[in-house]
Design a protein around this ligand. Structure first.
Ligand code: 7RM
Length: 631
């Protein structure tokens, strides 16, 4: 199933468009099924109703673990690199990982979890996180992983939205020289979560935690009470595999739902091809398993292909900004898949952290999460790839399940700051505001996809109508990505950023409405408006305009109070970079905030604010501009 030449890419692409069922049916043959499908695809983008591999039965963990045992049981599946480089790294072979997953699957059963139950996972980047995810899949429970940076309130909202029965967490996590008390956060969350019956707690940093009798149990104790044999649950291809919450343009995150069969095929196929993975190679994706990149390209994609995947607990700058390069040298990493924000951050330390580091093992480089600027692309290419490693700039989304538009390493061309060409099976189109297709090259528009692919979302948990409204109603018969896009003279795609009210801060998706809601919860705040602005390292920074008439003491302290409120309500990742206190916001006569004007002001470009005559009170703009001078 690996594409080896540009000609084959073209042929596969053509076939995937002309005969998608045959194309994906053949790709799916490379996986292990308990029962075959009777229909590859049925679909309807209006409802939407999408079914891949209908009738087929499988368990994704048999594809990620069992099927490698006979031939590759002793091959490393996961190499865990701890936060502290003085600590030993730990290697789990496929055999060991299989054993641990089966054992923990039995722990889940012992604690009342069964097929279809939702299980929340809130853990550090340790092997047990991957084990917990796979153990859920083993028994057919639906995992909902929540990134370790989210607050108790965010966790509670997510747990309640999907009525989780079990929570898996750890006492705490390390992040550089900081410790984060994960169990404390979970304890705060669970006060408002009546559906949670059990909480399984892994000891990691050994910080004191409260353990509630009848609800909380230790991971280490539980595994002693079970054996390591656990037959995988037989799943329907369209049974739910996981829920992952993601931000959109409304205030409430959506639970994106992925199903077993299609997601597995798509994650495995794209992993194998985009990174041109070769047996025996070491692959390192720096994402967190709390995001979709970690789901698809640390856990399911690589393991389904029998790959060796590095799982790193720490951050790029701890203990020094050489950390990634040390890991590459130590584990002889062949593929590094990371984010533009990390590249820009490391680039800012100059060449010194690279001195004496042996990066000769690097063969393929990857980027994901946000547009990569040319400067960062070239630095990555020259300093890390030594001009010899293709960079795959992979465009995709939580909702797409896997990579959609990207070079195929060593096979299709790369071009700085371009995601380049769609993978086989992906049919992108650009449309104008009215939904008319923009044909030809050298054009820009809103990026849509006009045909289903196996990894696409099926619904948003508990609210199918919302899925329909968000993705399938803007343009008839099209999946709308929310991204703006350029197709250049060569037909190459460059994703320019969101066209809705979603920010991309260090590759993390954050809705402006969510941040506004959090700020507005601060006592005394009357109203706020949040926009993005260009940020050298984060890609986008968060700029908040806040009306806070009777501020509590000094302005600087009040800003910190607001940051604290946002941290409590959403989590530290949503903290505004800049807060400007204003007495009014630019609104139209109908009361709509004119974000276009605020964006211009946040960018520092006040020369051409466009037409402000429709504003209720044009004077407010002058006042805001004057106030920015005080920041
Ligand atoms: C994988 C992931 C999705 C949003 C997406 C884009 C942006 C992602 C690229 C990119 C330009 C890229 N999932 N995005 N990859 N923009 N080039 N290669 O990031 O759901 O968290 O975010 O991220 O705006 O819509 S996500």
């Amino acid at each position: 199933m690996q594409i080896t030449s540009f000609k084959q890419y073209e042929e596969d692409y053509k076939k995937s468009v002309e005969n998608p069922e045959q194309f994906w049916g053949e790709v799916a043959q490379n996986f292990q099924w308990r029962k075959p499908w009777f229909k590859v695809l049925s679909w309807n983008f209006n409802e939407p109703n999408i079914k891949w591999f209908e009738g087929a039965k499988l368990n994704i963990t048999e594809n990620c673990l069992d099927r490698h045992l006979a031939t590759n049981g002793d091959k490393p599946a996961i190499i865990w690199e701890p936060n502290n480089p003085e600590e030993e790294s730990v290697t789990y072979t496929y055999k060991m990982l299989h054993e641990r997953v089966c054992r923990f699957a039995n722990v889940l059963k012992r604690n009342g979890a069964k097929k279809g139950d939702r299980i929340c996972i809130y853990m550090p980047m340790v092997p047990e996180l991957a084990i917990a995810v796979l153990a859920c899949a083993r028994i057919g429970a639906v995992h909902s992983v929540i990134f370790g940076g989210f607050s108790a309130k965010s966790i509670a909202d997510r747990i309640n939205d999907s009525q989780c029965k079990v929570v898996i967490t750890a006492d705490g996590s390390y992040r550089g020289n900081k410790q984060i008390p994960l169990k404390d956060v979970i304890d705060d969350a669970l006060i408002g979560c009546p559906t949670v019956e059990k909480c399984i707690v892994l000891t990691h940093i050994r910080t004191p935690v409260s353990m509630l009798k009848g609800r909380d149990v230790w991971w280490e104790d539980e595994v002693k009470h079970v054996n390591d044999t656990c037959e995988a649950e037989e799943m329907d291809a369209e049974d739910m595999l996981f829920i992952l919450y993601t931000s959109g343009s409304t205030g409430k995150p959506k639970g994106v739902v992925h199903t077993c069969g299609g997601y597995m095929v798509y994650a495995g196929y794209t992993f194998s091809n985009v990174f041109n993975y070769k047996p025996g190679e070491v692959y390192f994706c720096t994402a967190d398993i709390g995001w979709i990149t970690g789901h698809s390209y640390i856990v399911y994609g690589p393991l389904s292909q029998g790959a060796t995947s590095v799982l790193f607990e720490g951050i790029p700058t701890y203990p020094t900004p050489s950390r990634f390069w040390d890991i590459i040298e130590k584990h002889k990493v062949n593929t590094l898949y990371t984010a533009p924000t990390a590249i820009r951050s490391l680039m800012s330390y100059g060449d010194e952290p690279l001195n004496g580091k042996d990066l000769s093992s690097i063969r393929v480089l990857g980027s994901v999460g946000e547009p990569i600027n040319e400067e960062a692309w070239h630095w990555f290419d020259e300093k890390i790839g030594h001009g010899k490693a293709p960079i795959v700039d992979t465009w995709w989304q939580t909702e797409t399940g896997g990579i959609m538009i990207s070079p195929i390493a060593t096979v299709t061309p790369t071009k700085p700051s371009f995601a380049t060409l769609p993978l086989p099976g992906i049919q992108p189109i650009l449309v104008d505001e009215n939904g008319n297709e923009i044909e030809g090259n050298g054009v820009m528009g809103n990026l849509c996809i006009k045909f289903p692919w196996p990894g696409m979302l099926r619904t948003t948990y508990g609210d199918h109508e919302r899925c329909k409204q968000t993705y399938f109603s803007t343009y008839e018969n099209l999946y709308f990505t929310g991204d703006g896009c350029l197709r250049d003279e060569d037909g190459y795609y460059r994703i320019t950023g969101r066209v809705d009210d979603v920010l991309n801060v260090s590759g993390h998706r954050i809705g402006t409405a969510e941040v506004e809601n959090a700020i507005n919860m601060h006592a005394g705040v009357v109203e706020s408006a949040v926009v993005g602005y260009p940020h050298d390292v984060k890609g986008q920074g968060i700029y908040a305009f806040v009306i806070y008439p009777e501020m509590h003491g000094e302005a600087e302290l009040s800003k910190k109070d607001i940051l604290q409120t946002v941290t409590r309500v959403i989590g530290a990742i949503a903290k505004p970079d800049k807060i400007l206190f204003v007495s009014g916001l630019p609104k139209t006569r109908s009361g709509k905030i004119m974000r276009r004007i605020l964006r211009k002001i946040a960018e520092g470009d006040t020369t051409n604010l466009g037409d402000t005559s429709t504003l209720l009170d044009p004077g407010v703009v002058e006042e805001i501009i004057a106030a920015t001078k005080t920041l």
